[in-house]
Write a new protein. Structure first.
Ligand code: GLP
Length: 261
């Protein structure tokens, strides 16, 4: 795992967008794993700007999102499909038929989870998976006790997650109780993982995810098992990392990061 500390949240999001753009330019048919949440809005803004000003081309790109709420249709303003349309899909030249999210309204949810895994496999697997981190350390909706080898499935949302996401709904009781999420095992199979966390409220959980012991209680710790995972944080989210001087030295000196400094 590599951890990169950027001075501000805007700089961290910009770096993540540049890493994505680099991969997309190298492979226009990139299979891109996407994430939702407030943190990602800045990344999608950067990608939209790069599409407009730098001809970043999404026409052949295929996407798979991490998760979707059970019971919300794509037209529901609280659904992750709606979020993706608003923040990215309708702002760039992506073919919407190439964008995939689990269907939270499927009649047979278990069959939908199997179908989603099969669609990822048919696309050849995910090349680059963008990830946020919830306050309790979940990736997607891999809540506490998510098996490290879990696949796409229905997961009950923890009270902490429902409370955190209530800000986007009118009230806590409107937050769905379940979601379909890619599993930890599904995420670990992606060729590259890219996690973005910003803000002081993420500092404690970032330190656990990056430097703490691997545990199914905090699914983000599983990223320590991934051979190619980059964690990008701002100064505030880096606040509890014990080895941040070492991480800073690597970013400042190693040739692989030269074009991003
Ligand atoms: C939701 C999403 C996660 C995301 C998390 C953090 O729970 N399912 O994928 O990482 O929110 O969101 P935020 O960026 O708003 O803190």
């Amino acid at each position: 795992m590599e951890a990169i500390v950027q001075p501000t949240a805007a700089a961290a999001a910009d770096l993540v967008a540049r890493l994505i753009a680099h991969e997309l330019r190298a492979n226009p048919s990139l299979v891109l794993g996407l994430a939702t949440g407030r943190t990602m809005e800045a990344v999608y803004q950067c990608l939209t700007r790069m599409h407009r000003d730098e001809n970043l081309d999404f026409s052949l790109c295929r996407t798979f999102n991490l998760d979707e709420y059970v019971g919300l249709s794509g037209s529901d303003p609280h659904s992750y499909r709606h979020y993706m349309n608003q923040h990215l899909f309708l702002r760039v030249n992506i073919d919407v038929r190439n964008t995939h999210l689990p269907n939270g309204c499927a009649a047979d949810l278990d069959a939908e989870c199997v179908r989603y895994e099969q669609a990822i496999a048919r696309a050849g697997g995910i090349d680059l998976q963008l990830l946020g981190i919830g306050r309790a350390g979940h990736l997607g909706f891999n809540e506490p006790l998510s098996a490290l080898r879990s696949r796409t499935r229905v997961k009950a949302l923890s009270p902490v997650t429902r409370e955190q996401n209530a800000l986007m709904f009118d009230s806590l009781e409107h937050v769905p109780t379940r979601a379909i999420t890619m599993g930890v095992g599904t995420i670990l199979e992606c060729r590259r993982c890219l996690l973005l966390a910003t803000g002081a409220e993420k500092a404690a959980i970032v330190a656990r995810a990056v430097e703490g012991p691997i545990t199914s209680m905090v699914s983000a710790t599983a990223l320590q098992l991934h051979p190619r995972c980059t964690v990008v944080v701002d100064e505030d989210a880096a606040g509890n990392l014990t080895e941040s001087d070492y991480y800073r030295w690597i970013f400042a000196n190693e040739p692989e990061w030269e074009e991003y400094r």
